[in-house]
Design a protein around this ligand. Structure first.
Ligand SMILES: Cc1cc2nc3c(=O)[nH]c(=O)nc-3n(C[C@H](O)[C@H](O)[C@H](O)COP(=O)(O)O)c2cc1C
Length: 370
């Protein structure tokens, strides 16, 4: 019998049917994807340790022993706890003024409540450490590090049976993490949503696969169809890591305004900008990103200062559900997010499209020459 092209070493490592990983902030999406035979990772960088513990329990109750992952960020630039007020004082007046001009020009209201951003592990070393402790105590099957090298956690994780995946945007980061002994590398191209590097998915994946030896490579960035899945496997990946694909799915708790924006968007509606966090990030375009891209705009600040500057705009846009201001991280594959399908259907469609792609490639008669 011919080998199933979708049965990869990532499937064997994780005990999953399909080599598809969903990154999501929504635990309902995690449960639906895991129960559909794929793998899912819950992004918890914004959550308090007790919330993470509760989410892990919730997922465990829903997935009948099947594995899943938790993603945190471990950025080198995270300041110590309580430093935010001090850091805010260091923001140059010119930048504060420019942010205020944007708010005035676009009639941005005041945020309503507590700043969710201030719970971000990337803005608080102690929070990041406490979040990590929960992952270790709970022996979550897979831990992934969205920002920063997870090498320091490898021993503690492995001794508890936890696999550790590193997400990278440059081949030299991958080389370091492979040498350190991570269990898989997520090679993320610039097409991706969220914080991402400058190298395209089509280049980074085979480059990292070439140096990875037995370490599985998971391709990320712009994967929204089964053709992308098939192509990623052809490039040397053992699976795909996807984010944008799940934001508008039926189970996703994204705001309906964001779901509709994503469904309407094409690749050109995304922008690669430092204006949100100070690190390059791909999001839907919005007034904030557009104003910072203007020729006379000040140069964006580094992390975490730029994030402190953008947090009022983000929080206000979401608190007041201002369609004209709201945005979300989104990858260039967003063109193929065209409806609010159930997560299980998305998995089935990816698998069928990928198998059809392989069938087409192997069954087409060769083009006659001469
Ligand atoms: C809304 C959103 C938020 C994200 N936040 C994180 C995060 O906190 N940590 C992380 O590792 N990756 C984060 N990512 C990136 C994903 O892990 C993934 O690498 C990316 O979405 C892949 O590209 P794609 O969106 O084109 O599929 C986020 C992605 C999205 C869509």
């Amino acid at each position: 019998m011919p080998k199933d092209p979708l049965h990869t070493k990532l499937c064997d490592m994780l005990g999953i049917e399909f080599p598809i990983v969903a990154f999501t902030h929504c635990k309902d999406v995690v449960a639906a994807v895991v129960n559909a035979g794929a793998f899912a990772v819950l992004g918890e960088a914004m959550h308090k340790p007790d919330e993470i513990a509760a989410d892990i329990k919730w997922i465990r109750d829903k997935v009948d022993g099947k594995p899943f992952g938790i993603d945190l960020v471990l950025p080198a630039s995270a300041p110590p706890a309580g430093a935010l007020k001090e850091l805010e004082k260091e923001i140059p007046e010119s930048h504060r003024q420019f942010a205020n001009e944007i708010k005035k020009k676009h009639n941005v209201p005041e945020p309503k409540g507590e700043q969710a951003l201030h719970q971000w592990g990337g803005l608080n070393q102690e929070m990041a450490r406490a979040q990590l402790d929960v992952v270790l105590e709970e022996r979550v099957p897979v831990f992934t590090s969205g920002l920063g090298n997870p090498a320091f956690i490898l021993e503690a994780a492995h001794s508890r049976g936890i696999k550790v995946f590193g997400l990278i945007g440059k081949t030299r980061q991958a080389a370091r993490e492979i040498e350190d002994g991570v269990d898989a590398i997520i090679a993320q191209g610039t097409d991706a949503a969220g914080h991402t590097g400058p190298v395209g998915t089509f280049s980074i994946v085979p480059e990292v696969a070439a140096i990875a030896g037995d370490t599985p490579i998971i391709a990320a960035g712009g994967v929204t169809t089964g053709q992308h899945l098939a192509a990623a496997l052809c490039l040397g990946a053992s699976g795909v890591w996807t984010g944008t694909l799940w934001l508008a799915c039926r189970e996703s708790d994204s705001d309906m305004i964001i779901k509709e924006k994503l469904i309407a968007a094409t690749s050109d509606d995304t922008v690669y900008s430092r204006s949100v966090s100070g690190m390059p990030m791909r999001t839907l375009k919005c007034p904030w990103t557009t104003e910072w891209a203007a020729p006379d705009a000040p140069k964006t600040l580094s992390a975490p200062y730029q994030m402190l500057l953008s947090s009022d705009y983000i929080q206000a846009a979401n608190d007041h559900r201002r369609e004209d201001l709201m945005f979300e991280a989104a990858g260039q594959g967003v063109s193929f997010v065209t409806s609010m399908k159930p997560a299980k259907q998305i998995v089935i469609d990816l698998v069928e499209e990928a198998l059809d792609t392989f069938d087409r490639l192997t069954s087409e008669s060769p083009v006659a020459t001469g």
